[in-house]
Ligand binder design. Structure first.
Ligand code: AVI
Length: 404
């Protein structure tokens, strides 16, 4: 179900911008920059709708309404073990804390993936867009603070960039800043829950041009495998036949390293989890006492995952979302799982969702991968075929290591 934006949130109308006339930029959106700051139409003439960069990024707020939040929390609290959707961690403070996690020495994922994206950007862009005409639109899922996409944008020069994330507080300013740094690429930020991807309202930037997906950060691991499979299928439907998806996936490694990454010495991971209780208290009239819980993150080999939880220190009764809940001493409230996939296991999951792995890049230690996927069932994903407006694959076996 798609939640309508609350009335007090700024929502730019999802319309095609009028063609700019000389000295009169596209003034749609929330920007105040001078019309001269407006950029030129993008993309080959006659091929796909022309896209014009506005002065500031456009923002769409489709964040779940408070009633949806309440329903999700009621569902999650009723589960055994109790478990809340991981995206609830990302309010403004949670997004800030997650950024801080990325800077902790124990948490290499952000650092190493960012370096890989920077070092390989030209090659990644070439592989991603190979055979695609006209110029594609790059769609980033879980875009966060948009810190990873820069090199890819430079190398790919897409017709437009669309960033999806659950935190509008972070998405808004980051989209505007990115638009300033890339004035020729129209930037659209959409604040939404992935559960609503199938009901995305039409937007001209998501129509008429090939769409390429980008999902870095191994956030897929925060969904359990059936949900992850469903999400990859939803991405396929949103991106359309023949699309490609570049996705970052963290891999299993030594247990001590994994557990250290989620139990950093500075306590940022713990603060990130505890912030969830503050959010529940603030937004859903909760009365969680953070001091009555302790943070725990440990490796669960059978699920190939880190389980993060707030564990009740003693028996207690907590109110949230209009209901009372008993916690036994030692009972966990799962804040998130982080599933780690070997390249082979990820390929199987992706294939079950209709994606074929065409290439993989990894960091020096082979701790994480960037997988390039193509939709398996489309004409365009078969070597030698060529479909207008989609992708032409060139005969390319499926190398599973970095390929030159
Ligand atoms: C966003 N996601 C991939 C992070 C992870 O590693 O699972 C979330 C996180 N939670 C605590 N530390 C990092």
């Amino acid at each position: 179900m798609l939640s309508r934006p609350p009335a007090d949130r700024p929502v730019a109308a999802p319309e095609r911008p009028p063609e700019p006339t000389p000295n009169q930029g596209d003034l749609r959106g929330s920007g105040t920059a001078a019309p001269e700051a407006n950029a030129a139409a993008h993309g080959p003439p006659g091929d796909g709708p022309a896209v014009t960069a506005p002065q500031t990024a456009e923002l769409l707020d489709l964040h779940p309404a408070p009633a949806d939040l309440e329903r999700l929390v009621l569902d999650g609290m009723a589960r055994q073990p109790r478990q809340l959707p991981a995206w609830l961690l990302y309010d403004a403070e949670g997004s800030r804390l997650f950024e801080a996690i990325g800077q902790q020495p124990e948490y290499g994922l952000t650092r190493h993936e960012t370096a890989l994206l920077r070092e390989r950007a030209p090659e990644l862009a070439r592989s991603l867009a190979e055979g695609i005409t006209p110029a594609p639109v790059l769609v980033e899922f879980g875009a966060g603070n948009l810190s990873k996409v820069g090199p890819l944008l430079e190398a790919l020069q897409p017709a437009a960039y669309v960033a999806l994330d659950i935190s509008l507080d972070q998405l808004g300013p980051c989209c505007h800043a990115l638009q300033e740094r890339h004035p020729t690429v129209p930037v659209l930020g959409i604040c939404c829950d992935y559960a609503d991807l199938d009901q995305m309202p039409p937007h001209f930037l998501l129509e008429g041009r090939p769409l390429l997906g980008f999902y870095p950060g191994s956030s897929l691991g925060n969904f359990d495998p059936p949900q992850a499979r469903a999400l990859l299928s939803r991405f396929a439907r949103l991106l359309g036949p023949g699309s490609r998806l570049l996705i970052g996936i963290d891999q299993p490694k030594a247990q001590e390293r994994l557990e250290a990454a989620y139990n950093d010495a500075a306590g940022v991971s713990a603060a990130f989890a505890f912030n969830l209780l503050r959010r529940l208290n603030r937004e859903l009239a909760g009365d969680f006492d953070p001091a009555a819980f302790t943070y725990r993150a440990h490796w669960e080999a059978p699920g190939s995952r880190i389980a993060m939880a707030l564990v009740s220190r003693h028996a207690q009764i907590v109110s949230v979302a209009g209901r009372r809940w008993t916690f036994a001493a030692g009972e966990p409230l799962i804040t998130e799982y982080s599933v780690k996939y070997t390249p082979e296991a990820f390929q199987v999951l992706a294939a079950e969702a209709g994606w074929r792995t065409i290439r993989r890049w990894c960091d020096g230690a082979d701790d994480l991968s960037l997988h390039l996927l193509a939709q398996a069932n489309s004409e365009a994903s078969r070597p030698g075929s060529e479909t207008p407006n989609t992708i032409q694959h060139h005969a390319d076996p499926t190398p599973l290591r970095n390929t030159p």
